[in-house]
Unconditional design. Structure first.
Lengths: 250, 448
């Protein structure tokens, strides 16, 4: 059976974006594009394109994926709304965010930067593809949003990183002891990369709330959002208790 | 199987056709790109790139912001960046802005840096009141936005500005030194947007105001965003003077980090005496000063394959790229004894992704270290207590043997030291009381 008769994975998922019928109502596609364009970075990252392809020639993701930064720029530059929507389903997640394309582009475009705007927009619109792609990343998001540290020593273990081989540590000792053997006292931790001041965490939560990051998270993973808000509430209570104790002492 | 290429949707439009070039023809068609990846081609942009610091000084003059200056007390050294602009690198009174990946995964990276600073009597503070830049998560997931990145940047840098007050010293005493390459790139990029966008400044000012982190009611912007590898670069001769091990037999390859020199490229250091002034000077400079042979290799410009999300949840890409485009080339083409990096993600990727290569008959074994770890080793730092080489999956032992370091004896010393730790005896690079500057656990320490 021919490939065309079966339909491609993209066609099954959202229809054929270059077919006669639009996969989504035009108004929705325009809304998505308007969100992209309204970011103040958009005009800075997109200046024009002559299809020279130097970005794709130096792109690491293009070696292994059906991904081309040139294509991303062209879709945006020509305002190909269906194509933009299609790229947001999968292709934008292939980008390795190295910004080689940005450093190379003779027009000063930043395809990598544009990909970030598209990822943010995919999350804003709660696209299923974004939820699927980010599911395995939730452990990292939990750590980052609740502690301000992306990576913690207790995350690096053989269960999660079997392909890193047997040498997570070449000295066999409990993690807690190995961490105490680091001569920087801030690093004698296991659940965070460094000890984070309680006030710092509380300030970070204010940033997440005021910048809409928590709302983004709620839209993409409600369970994770619930876990994180519980942790935030707990730490805020701890901070209030500390301040109350300070007042009493005075 | 249909032979109609248009049936494969690529986003190019229905008229698009495969070129069907043979591998040899494809190589010829694209090889010019590989030849044009040096500094000279970047210089074509020069007339269209502004020095954002000019606009920054104007904003301060207009009363919009306060600039955290690199002052004489920070004993700055001047370097030249891509377009020949000056950049001030503070060399002392440094506030360590740590990297979550380094501290969580390769702790010998920051420990080696602090050890070198102790050798050079550099004044610094390593404290708990800081978050990561949050940009690893942002670039991996898209969770976050320009406003959150800007607020985190300004919050951390404001803390650097006021931290010394906890020790009875004045504001602006310490200057932030950024450990992570991604933090460095992200902060430089965000600073540009903050300087250019009144709207962004306005929204972030509300947040920083709520946090009590404005200076005279204004946003605090750093004069320079400085990466630790830039400090290492300007200190390279002084560090080399402390070298105790002959490293002249070592063939070193350098992996320059994308977020250090491809993001906001005009702010990266270039030096005419290093790599002909055509490539980033960081790391190569210190390796040459120490006396190693820095060997060129054809894929020096490639990224490591980290990918931010890929290293966590799409590792097939990460390990394939790391092995095929970096490690394999360094071993087979450059016959390297070590690959040196200056960023969290690169060191992690290149170090951790070699073992799995055996599954595909690519069992390369190339030691991977950060520039400061190698420098510390060369200056006599303990390979386990300081350089913490046991966290490295790559065979750092083979490098140590080439350096004449009896790693087995050193490892035995470290294992014995772990017993002392169990007994509550611990060696630190600084007074642990200094690490908490406010809140629970804060112990006021009088200024010396």
């Amino acid at each position: 059976m021919s490939h065309a008769a079966e339909g491609t994975r993209v066609q099954k998922h959202i229809g054929d974006p270059v077919g006669d019928a639009a996969p989504l109502p035009r108004a929705k596609l325009e809304e998505i594009f308007a969100d992209l364009q309204s970011d103040l970075r958009y005009d800075h990252e997109l200046n024009g394109c002559l299809n020279c392809g130097i970005c794709t020639a130096t792109c690491p993701a293009a070696h292994y994926y059906d991904f081309s930064p040139r294509e991303i720029v062209q879709l945006l530059w020509t305002e190909n709304l269906e194509g933009i929507y299609d790229a947001m389903q999968e292709k934008i997640w292939a980008c390795a965010q190295c910004y080689t394309c940005a450093a190379r582009c003779p027009f000063g475009n930043s395809p990598g930067g544009l990909v970030m705007l598209m990822r943010e927009t995919a999350i804003k619109h709660q696209m299923k593809s974004a939820k699927d792609v980010l599911r395995p990343f939730s452990r990292v998001m939990l750590k980052l949003i609740s502690t301000g540290n992306q990576l913690a020593p207790d995350m690096i273990n053989k269960d999660h990183f079997a392909d890193w081989g047997p040498n997570i540590s070449k000295v066999d000792a409990p993690l807690k002891i190995l961490r105490k053997a680091i001569p920087m006292p801030t690093l004698n931790t296991t659940a965070t990369a460094w000890e984070v001041n309680l006030k710092t965490s509380v300030e970070l939560y204010t940033i997440w709330e005021m910048t809409g990051v928590l709302k983004q998270l709620e839209g993409i993973d409600e369970n994770l959002f619930d876990v994180i808000t519980d942790i935030m509430d707990e730490k805020r209570e701890d901070w209030k208790d500390f301040l109350a104790d300070q007042e009493e002492d005075q | 199987m249909s032979d109609k290429p248009a049936e494969r949707f690529t986003g190019h439009g229905a008229e698009w056709r495969d070129s069907n070039l043979s591998p040899a023809e494809a190589k010829i068609a694209t090889s010019w790109v590989e030849l044009k990846v040096d500094k000279r081609s970047m210089l074509t942009q020069k007339d269209r790139v502004e020095d954002v610091r000019d606009a920054m000084w104007q904003l301060e003059k207009d009363g919009e912001i306060v600039v955290h200056r690199v002052r004489e007390e920070h004993q700055p050294m001047m370097v030249k960046t891509l377009y020949g602009w000056d950049k001030k690198i503070p060399t002392t009174r440094l506030w360590h802005h740590k990297s979550c990946g380094q501290c969580g995964n390769i702790p010998g990276y920051p420990a080696s840096l602090l050890w070198l600073m102790n050798q050079l009597d550099t004044e610094y503070l390593d404290e708990t009141d800081q978050t990561s830049c949050t940009a690893w998560n942002y670039h991996g997931s898209g969770i976050g936005n320009l406003e959150s990145l800007a607020a985190v940047f300004l919050r951390n840098f404001h803390q650097a500005y006021v931290a010394a007050k906890a020790e009875g010293k004045p504001e602006s005493y310490y200057y932030p030194l950024v450990h992570c390459g991604t933090s460095f790139g992200n902060y430089k990029e965000v600073r540009q947007y903050l300087i250019h966008s009144a709207k962004l400044r306005e929204s972030v000012k509300k947040i920083l105001g709520r946090l009590g982190r404005l200076v005279d009611g204004k946003l605090l912007i750093p004069e320079e965003v400085v990466h630790y590898s830039e400090w290492l670069h300007v200190m390279r001769q002084r560090i080399a003077e402390r070298r105790t091990i002959d490293v002249s037999g070592i063939r070193a390859t350098v992996h320059p980090a994308c977020h250090v020199y491809k993001m906001v490229p005009q702010d990266a250091i270039y030096d005419d005496s290093i790599n002909g002034g055509n490539r980033l000077a960081n790391s190569t400079g210190i390796m040459q000063a120490l006396g190693t042979q820095v060997i060129d290799y054809s894929t020096w410009y490639d990224c490591c394959g980290f990918g931010f999300r890929h290293i966590i949840s799409e590792r097939e890409f990460t390990r394939s790229f790391a092995i095929d485009r970096k490690v394999k080339v360094a071993v087979e083409e450059a016959r390297a004894d070590v690959m040196i990096g200056h960023d969290t993600g690169c060191i992690t990727t290149l170090d951790k992704n070699q073992w799995i290569g055996k599954a595909a008959g690519k069992g390369y074994e190339l030691p991977i270290l950060a520039d400061c770890q190698f420098a510390a080793l060369a200056c006599g730092a303990h390979p386990y207590k300081i350089v913490q080489s046991h966290w490295h999956a790559s065979p750092t032992e083979t490098l140590m043997e080439k350096l004449g370091i009896d790693w087995q004896a050193k490892k035995a010393e470290f294992v014995a030291y772990l017993e002392e730790i169990k007994a509550g005896k611990q060696e630190n690079l600084y007074d642990p009381r200094r690490m908490v500057t406010s809140g629970p656990g804060y112990i006021p320490i009088k200024a010396a």
